[in-house]
Design a protein around this ligand. Structure first.
Ligand SMILES: [Fe+2]
Ligand SMILES: [Fe+2]
Length: 183
């Protein structure tokens, strides 16, 4: 297992969440009632699984290691990826605020607009990481650094997410998939 394999596995979970969010936007727009508890769980997933776990692995360990490689043009790619993480955080803060009250029509449009923006942003972001950065990482990072990074990733999971919580997130993702993802 390489660090990029671990990050790709998490991307797959994030992509499933993006499909769920897409389904929820369609439901809200067609006037269906969406459970506030589901929205709260989604925000929890975006804050903890995506940001605290996945983005911490990238920002604290993966991106700095790639920057050290001094590959022409790569610094700019990494800077843009960092900015995209910030953009996503702004979306999540707005969604979180909108689901915290009584969810009036303004709140619902804030949820839809920011979810759609987030889905578009993260789809592009994940493609950029997987196509522009991961192949370079696989080629340039030496085995020892890759092994160390994987250990640090494990530490992030335990420290930031908590043992067993990863499993819980996967179960929750699959239950929401059945409710909201159109096949
Ligand atoms: Fe990222
Ligand atoms: Fe990523």
């Amino acid at each position: 297992m390489k660090p990029t394999d671990d990050l790709k596995e998490e991307h797959n979970a994030v992509k499933l969440m993006l499909n769920i969010m897409d389904g929820i936007c369609i439901d809200i727009e067609s006037g269906k009632e969406v459970k506030q508890d589901h929205l709260k769980d989604i925000v929890e997933f975006l804050k903890v699984f995506v940001d605290k776990c996945h983005h911490t692995k990238e920002e604290e360990y993966f991106f700095p290691a790639m920057k050290k490689e001094n590959i022409p043009g790569l610094q700019d790619v990494i800077d843009s990826l960092m900015e995209e993480h910030e953009h996503g955080r702004r979306n999540v803060r707005k969604i979180n605020k909108a689901i915290s009250g009584n969810m009036n029509s303004d709140d619902l449009s804030t949820i839809v607009n920011n979810s759609r923006d987030y889905v578009e942003l993260m789809t592009h972001h994940i493609n950029k990481e997987e196509n522009m950065l991961f192949p370079i990482a696989d080629e340039h990072l030496v085995q020892r650094d890759q092994d160390n990074m994987l250990k640090l990733f494990e530490f992030v999971e335990i420290e930031k997410v908590g043992e067993g919580k990863h499993e819980e997130f996967h179960k929750f993702l699959h239950s929401l998939k059945d409710l909201y993802v159109r096949s």
